[in-house]
Design a protein around this ligand. Structure first.
Ligand SMILES: C[S@@+](CC[C@H](N)C(=O)[O-])C[C@H]1O[C@@H](n2cnc3c(N)ncnc32)[C@H](O)[C@@H]1O
Ligand code: SF4
Ligand code: SF4
Length: 371
């Protein structure tokens, strides 16, 4: 219990902290809002890497609150001081998950088993031919070799960490092959976690509406990150939602029988719900919501030092850690204005945000969330 004499906690409430370590990526996955065919990172100019000293200062500031930490990218394993960054968080007593495209796991397996992040989320988007069409030639084999090596090393040392999870992003080109990857091409029993997530997108009109609101209310002049999510829902019209729901139901059941943790975005496994998702009829979805708790529990620092409460939407920064401490930003007027806005209504692009579908504090507390 807090005593009256206890000093105020500058980051009171912070439960989930994300650092985008690098903007750079070694892949060009077609559906990616950053580096995909329509992703907006192509226009960034010189790419940023989060300065290690700045990372260390902010991470130490956060550690007192023991939030759940995540790294993000680009490809986070490309950060030149990735090992030091992992050790700092883990030796500080917090959990840390890292999403990764898995390309560097084979060469970093020893480091990862020794530095021991709590979990790795490795992206694979289908059986070899489909995955490689979406994520790049040769990627499936390279990633599965890395996965084998990591699990072997970890098990040989009789360790349970890092947990190994696989994330699958469902798109028009892989949606009939989800089950084949999880049940035929991977040995599910060796995985700790599985997550199946739908391609996030917003309609061009929703992106325009967001740009207008943040310009008028918060003075944000350009919104390239949000633009990276813009897609015409017509491209999803032919997707077989019944087949998706059937496959996910069977994979979920197999995970349950093997003791593998299972996550899905959106959560409600149902063909009608899925059709509404891909038609952008968000308000009719079983997972629809009208509020978001993240701006009260969550912060993300981009590789440029910008702070936001909304995952990957760095357009609307509420401060920059090169200029202020995270605590000053957390209690500052721009954060307060954003929270005030979100107390009343969500943004039009919120349905393109994976946090919208994962708005559960319990999933944070057991380290079981997904980036
Ligand atoms: C942006 S990546 C960053 C980490 C790393 N480069 C990777 O691929 O895992 C984080 C996750 O977002 C997923 N992703 C990329 N584009 C997406 C989209 N349009 N909708 C949903 N997830 C997407 C990736 O497959 C990956 O699992
Ligand atoms: S590896 Fe990750 S960041 Fe890079 S293009 Fe693919 S999804 Fe995007
Ligand atoms: S759902 Fe909306 S308010 Fe919540 S974190 Fe995502 S973009 Fe931000």
């Amino acid at each position: 219990m807090a005593l009256e004499t206890d000093p105020p906690r500058p980051l009171n409430g912070l439960r989930w902290m994300v650092f985008q370590l690098v903007e750079r990526c070694n892949l060009r996955c077609s559906m990616c809002y950053e580096w995909g065919s329509e992703g907006t990172y192509h226009g960034l100019g010189e790419l940023a890497t989060l300065d290690y000293d700045v990372f260390e200062r902010v991470a130490r500031e956060c550690l007192a609150e023991r939030p759940y930490f995540e790294f993000f990218g680009g490809e986070p394993l490309l950060h030149p001081r990735i090992e030091d960054a992992i050790r700092l968080i883990r030796e500080g007593g917090s959990t840390l998950a890292i999403p990764t495209n898995g390309v560097l796991i084979e060469e970093q397996a020893e480091m990862l088993v020794s530095a021991r992040p709590t979990g790795l989320w490795i992206s694979l988007d289908g059986p070899e031919d489909v995955n490689d069409a979406q994520r790049g030639r040769g990627v499936f084999r390279r990633v599965t070799r890395g996965l084998d090596r990591l699990i072997e090393l970890r098990n040989r040392q009789d360790q349970t960490l890092p947990r190994v999870g696989v994330t699958f992003v469902v798109t028009p080109s892989n949606h009939t092959r989800i089950e084949e990857m999880f049940l035929d091409q991977l040995d599910l029993s060796r995985l700790d976690d599985v997550s199946i997530e739908f391609q996030n997108f917003a309609t061009p009109e929703e992106v325009d509406a967001y740009a207008e609101v943040v310009r008028e209310r918060f003075g944000v002049e350009s919104t390239p990150c949000a633009r990276g999510y813009a897609q015409d829902p017509a491209q999803f019209a032919d997707m077989d939602v019944e087949a998706i729901a059937d496959q996910i139901t069977r994979i979920k059941e197999r995970c349950r029988s093997l003791g593998v943790r299972f996550f899905s975005n959106p959560r409600t496994v149902d063909a009608t719900n899925y059709r509404r998702y891909f038609d952008a009829r968000w308000a009719e979805m079983a997972d629809a919501r009208s509020r978001c708790a993240f701006p009260w529990i969550y912060a993300e620092v981009s590789a440029r030092g910008d702070v936001t409460t909304c995952h990957s939407f760095y357009d609307h920064a509420v401060g920059n850690v090169h200029e202020q401490s995270l605590g000053e930003i957390w209690r500052g007027p721009r954060m307060a204005a954003l929270r005030q806005h979100l107390r009343k209504e969500l943004f039009s692009i919120c349905t393109a945000c994976c946090r919208y579908y994962n708005n559960s504090i319990s999933s944070v507390e057991d380290g079981g969330s997904r980036s």
